[in-house]
Design a binder for this molecule. Structure first.
Ligand code: GMT
Length: 383
């Protein structure tokens, strides 16, 4: 198939999933065209069957806000014609599904022989945070309904979407995935030495440091659990709440044991050099970072919210706690840090679960089936 993929190319789970999906599809013989405003951050320089088309948004003094939605729609039309796309797979309802709808309308109105089917994948923030914003809700619902196929990254997100919007119920759940090859056992001594420094244990957190991630809670739970232990907290990523995390570390007197690594493109090595992964978010439609940690044999301590129970499993890939239960979370982290055997067992179970339920080999064919079904439906309608 010839597949156009649009996502947010910046640091974030949805961009990672879209990029990895494109790479996997290309490996399986499909031709993939990324249509985004920048090269997706995990896209390597060159891969057979993978092409990149940059969306440029004109900025005239007249425009207070450059019209990205329109520039993207126009680029989608151009690429769909030139590459004869079968599928336009957009990650995020707004504005991507709206642009894709518009592009398809333009192609149909122009009498193009071939118009791509639009598949929209919901990742969460578009529904749980942005979707609750009344100024976007009508357009989100419309764009979901006008897609030829819709997927959500967890059952929890599907349920949340149907609760928040009056939209079609045929949203299929296709979980996010990891490629086990990226987590093959390597010698991680260098990363380990750098991360652990003089300490023995490494607790890791990865996010975009937005309020939904509760990075101050990450620091608080670490400080409570590891105050008297030879452990350090490694924070990976960047975002608006970095200063909050620094302040909390200073307030709790653990600033010399908290390391801010900033954005890192390849996290598999860093995760493999970690002992426990901490994710106390208030909302997480899936929690890709938790899955990546599990694949790297690292047990997860996280909130029991959104899609995290589907990913981590109760007591399988780690321990989950209700949002308000910070004492429980602190005790769970401490238990894992104190007990080497429990940590090893739990890490092993986490990896087995990640490989068993969320491997690319298992999940990517689900997207292929979804594409085939929407194409069959469209040609049925046309016939
Ligand atoms: O977590 C974020 O804030 C980033 C956001 C994104 O757009 O990349 O992540 C969302 O999509 C990821 C990939 O499907 C999920 O793993 C995250 O759980 C989801 N974030 C939230 O629901 C807050």
């Amino acid at each position: 198939m010839r597949i156009g993929i649009t996502c947010y190319p910046s640091y974030g789970g949805s961009g990672v999933v879209a990029t990895e999906l494109g790479r996997q599809l290309a490996r399986r013989g499909h031709v993939v065209h990324f249509i985004t405003y920048d090269v997706p951050f995990r896209l390597p320089r060159f891969q057979e069957n993978v092409f990149f088309h940059e969306v440029e948004t004109p900025s005239y003094p007249l425009f207070k806000h450059p019209p990205y939605l329109l520039a993207l729609a126009n680029k989608m039309v151009e690429v769909a014609r030139y590459a004869e796309l079968d599928i336009l797979h957009v990650h995020y309802a707004i504005p991507h599904a709206t642009s894709a709808y518009l592009a398809r309308e333009v192609l149909e109105a122009g009498g193009d022989r071939r118009t791509p089917a639009v598949v929209t994948t919901l990742h969460g923030t578009d529904i749980t945070l942005v979707g609750s914003e009344p100024s976007f809700s009508d357009i989100i619902a419309f764009s979901i309904d006008r897609s030829d196929g819709v997927t959500a990254v967890s059952h929890a997100l599907r349920a949340e979407t149907l609760k928040a919007f009056r939209v079609r119920p045929d949203i299929r759940v296709i979980h996010n995935f990891i490629d086990p090859e990226d987590y093959a056992d390597h010698d991680r001594c260098d990363e380990r030495r750098c991360l652990a420094g003089p300490d023995r244990l490494v607790v890791t957190h990865i996010s975009n440091f937005r309020p939904v991630k509760r990075v101050e809670v990450v620091v608080r739970v670490f400080a409570g659990a590891a105050r008297d232990l030879p452990a350090r907290l490694v924070l990976i990523g960047d975002g608006p709440d970095v200063p909050k995390a620094r302040r909390e570390a200073a307030r709790l007197g653990v600033e010399d044991r908290v390391v801010f690594l900033g954005r890192q493109e390849q996290v598999a090595g860093l995760l493999a050099a970690s002992d426990v992964f901490l994710l106390p978010s208030v909302q997480e439609s899936f929690g890709l970072a938790a899955l990546e940690a599990m694949a790297a044999r690292v047990p997860v301590v996280a909130s029991r919210v959104g899609g995290l129970p589907e990913v981590v499993g109760e007591d399988e890939g780690g321990f989950l706690y209700d949002i308000g239960d910070l004492d429980g979370m602190t005790a769970g982290l401490r238990r894992l840090l104190l007990d080497d055997e429990l940590r090893r067992e739990c890490g092993q179970r986490a990896r087995e679960r990640a490989f068993r339920l969320f491997s690319s080999e298992r999940v990517v064919p689900e997207y292929e089936r979804c594409y085939e079904e929407v194409l069959a439906l469209r040609s049925g309608r046309a016939g």
